[in-house]
Design a protein around this ligand. Structure first.
Ligand code: SF4
Length: 231
């Protein structure tokens, strides 16, 4: 099945074994071209990472790093964030967008980490997702990078879009996409997969105009042959 042309018809009759083989090929090819794929956010502690992740909603990692370069000099510990003045904090993070909601969530998150978790960002998914501003995707990013705890696959906008284009999920709900991906890959690949796909999405399979003609996946991706306007 995997050859010079992989079409949506091929996809329709692909079985689970073939899909896993294609997923493994995808992982290996992307690992070759993006061997250093990793998180782009800067941080010095789990709570700073949690703050950076909350700030990154609807904002680029580059902008978040610009803002946190000075923010993290002032706010280093959970206590610092928990006792931040909301109005001042809002102004300090304003350029990341949605600053009122983000400031509120960050301060509330830090207060809860202090009162409920003894000042240390929790190490389990069940606990992390109880914090304001921390949903499953963010928790996957924080736990994986801060503690090496891998509970699932972080599904951001790149992972969502590219998983659909590759035909490895038919869902648009991130939690359902995550479940599909977790079935396809061995657990030891889950953490790396997110960062490989993010690099791929930034450099090749861009949202508006995927560069299928130079894509290393173009003979195992059904979208390469069905959306000619993209090329
Ligand atoms: S072939 Fe095109 S649509 Fe498929 S992964 Fe590559 S760039 Fe994206």
């Amino acid at each position: 099945m995997i050859g010079t042309k992989f079409t949506k018809d091929d996809l329709a009759c692909e079985n689970d074994v073939q899909k896993r083989k294609r997923a493994a090929d995808t992982f290996k090819r992307l690992s070759k071209i993006f061997p250093d794929a990793k998180i782009a956010l800067n941080y010095d502690s789990p709570v700073q990472l949690a703050v950076a992740v909350i700030l990154s909603a609807q904002c680029t990692d580059k902008k978040v790093n610009e803002v946190t370069a000075s923010l993290f000099k002032k706010y280093k510990t959970v206590k610092h964030f928990a006792s931040a003045d909301q109005k001042i904090f809002e102004m300090e993070i304003k350029s990341t967008g949605f600053y009122r909601a983000k400031a509120k969530n960050i301060i509330a998150m830090a207060k809860l980490v202090e009162s409920k978790f003894g000042g240390q960002f929790p190490k389990t998914m069940a606990e992390a997702v109880t914090l304001p501003g921390v949903a499953r995707k963010s928790a996957n990013v924080i736990l994986g990078n801060a503690y090496g705890v891998v509970d699932g696959i972080a599904v951001d906008t790149h992972v969502m879009r590219i998983s659909q284009r590759l035909g490895v999920t038919k869902f648009s709900d991130p939690v359902k996409i995550e479940k599909d991906l977790m079935k396809l890959f061995p657990k030891s690949w889950w953490f790396k997969f997110t960062y490989l796909i993010i690099e791929h999405g930034r450099n090749i399979c861009e949202a508006k105009k995927p560069r299928c003609s130079i894509c290393p996946l173009n003979n195992i991706c059904p979208s390469a042959f069905n959306l000619p306007n993209w090329r």
